[in-house]
Design a protein around this ligand. Structure first.
Ligand code: S3P
Length: 167
């Protein structure tokens, strides 16, 4: 099984991918982490500042391409993958795409606690605009949507597994 988690920044994709992979005995792949390793930068913000977003998006496409044929895996994506149709074609190949749907207010709360904010979440107004632009895309690409507001991680993982099992 190939599971792809999509959703806005701060929606829990990375954490939930690890928990879900453990429960389902699958490998876990985190696209941002692969890009970071390849870039030799210290974090994603440094890639954006030094190499630029365009370079980051090229690397994201390359990583997605390499993941086209993988199996037995849960893939955590970056929030921007839905902006590129080719990326979604590679990721979505033989996959179940799951949108982890969180409201903007919850996301804002979560991200404001972080020491380092993602490069595209430096300003609330522009992040809200980006959120509004992307939500329809997450919905469009999703095979299933899991609402995560006010649910703990255990419940979210359980719900995903139930939906995957067709219950
Ligand atoms: C991005 C989200 C980030 C990361 C990069 C760009 C985006 O990942 O890929 O900063 O465009 O939404 P997370 O969604 O894991 O924060």
């Amino acid at each position: 099984m190939k599971i792809v988690l999509i959703g806005f920044m701060g929606s829990g994709k990375t954490t939930i991918a690890v928990l879900l992979a453990n429960k389902m005995n699958l490998k876990v792949v985190d696209i941002d982490q692969i890009i970071l390793k390849k870039s030799k930068r210290k974090n994603i913000n440094e890639i954006f500042e030094t190499d630029g977003e365009k370079k980051f998006r090229e690397m994201e496409l390359q990583v997605a391409k390499n993941l086209e044929g993988v199996d037995s895996v849960v893939i955590a994506t970056g929030g921007g993958v839905v902006m590129n149709r080719s990326i979604m074609r590679f990721l979505g190949k033989n996959a179940k795409v799951i949108y982890l749907k969180k409201s903007f207010d919850k996301i804002k709360e979560h991200i404001s606690l972080k020491e380092i904010r993602p490069p595209l979440f430096q300003n609330v107004a522009s992040s809200r605009r980006l959120f509004k632009l992307r939500v329809p895309l997450y919905e469009q690409y999703a095979d299933m949507i899991i609402n995560t507001d006010n649910k703990n991680l255990t419940k979210i993982v359980r719900e995903i597994m139930e939906v995957l099992n067709g219950r």
